[in-house]
Design a protein around this ligand. Structure first.
Ligand SMILES: C[S@@+](CC[C@H](N)C(=O)[O-])C[C@H]1O[C@@H](n2cnc3c(N)ncnc32)[C@H](O)[C@@H]1O
Length: 254
């Protein structure tokens, strides 16, 4: 993804409106509220913060200690435009980033998919090192290979996860999974159908891989709002679901 300026521009433009981002941001916010109640002075790091949509959402909820890091110059520039203290750094060098600072919450959404099997365990250990004793790591991730589509090609996703992957990886990093759910379960048939159609188009040569586009685009307003309501209802009523294109986990130190 790094280097694809047009993808960052789309993200920056749409993340405040697109149903998927709105649902994710609310999910993270609910998690922070669940863990820290009404406190707004907790120290939060968004690791791989992209163009700053998550930070922007949290700032609007009143959080005051927000910090971000990202390995894309495009992403960092957009975050600076929004006025966030975001540092350009490759997460493989996380240990060098303000080593004395620890966080109550680290958010790392849709970043692990860019790491190889060799690079991910050290990253998780480095993230664990930066958590305060009662701190939490909140992470959304691409799930299930069945959901692979043009989106994966367009944004350079290396892998998709299932819960068993993290059940193995987290304890090795001194972390334990407190809560995990796939989402959006209710919308998964629709998303699956769309992604399978994208794959068929690629297989038949109707779509060139080098011209693949991400799923970051705004549908018509009524559809965007309907998808958002469905995802929001699921989040309220179904705390844990067994299937979906994303896997949301909350992790804490042993
Ligand atoms: C799919 S985007 C997600 C952005 C943001 N977390 C969100 O939820 O919108 C992945 C982000 O991870 C960043 N990234 C990927 N590999 C990285 C690395 N090795 N070091 C730092 N950032 C990285 C990319 O620049 C991008 O901003």
């Amino acid at each position: 993804m790094i280097g694809r300026s047009e993808e960052y521009a789309k993200m920056f433009q749409l993340e405040g409106q697109l149903w998927w981002y709105r649902s994710l941001h609310e999910r993270v916010f609910m998690t922070l509220q669940g863990a820290f109640g009404r406190r707004r002075d907790i120290r939060i790091l968004d690791a791989g913060c992209g163009t700053g949509g998550m930070l922007d959402f949290l700032r609007r909820q009143g959080y005051t200690h927000l910090r971000g890091i990202d390995g894309s110059a495009d992403a960092v520039a957009f975050c600076h435009e929004r006025g966030f203290p975001v540092t350009f750094i490759n997460l493989t060098n996380l240990a060098d980033f303000e080593p004395e600072t620890q966080y109550d919450a680290i958010i790392c959404n849709d970043v692990f998919c860019y790491f190889t099997e060799t690079d991910l365990p050290p990253l998780l250990s480095a993230l664990a090192d930066r958590l305060k004793p009662r701190g939490i790591l909140v992470s959304n991730n691409n799930a299930f290979k069945a959901f692979e589509g043009q989106h994966d090609i367009a944004v350079g996703i290396r892998r998709r996860f299932v819960l068993a992957d993290f059940e193995q990886l987290m304890p090795q990093a001194g972390l334990q999974i407190q809560h995990a759910t796939y989402w959006s379960f209710l919308l998964s048939p629709l998303i699956l159908l769309m992604r399978q159609w994208q794959r068929l188009q690629l297989r038949l040569g109707w779509q060139k891989p080098e011209e693949a586009q991400s799923d970051v685009y705004l549908p018509v307003a009524w559809l965007n709002e309907t998808l958002y309501r469905i995802a929001q209802t699921e989040q309220k009523l179904l705390r844990r679901t067994p299937f979906g294109s994303s896997l949301f986990i909350i992790v804490d130190s042993h």
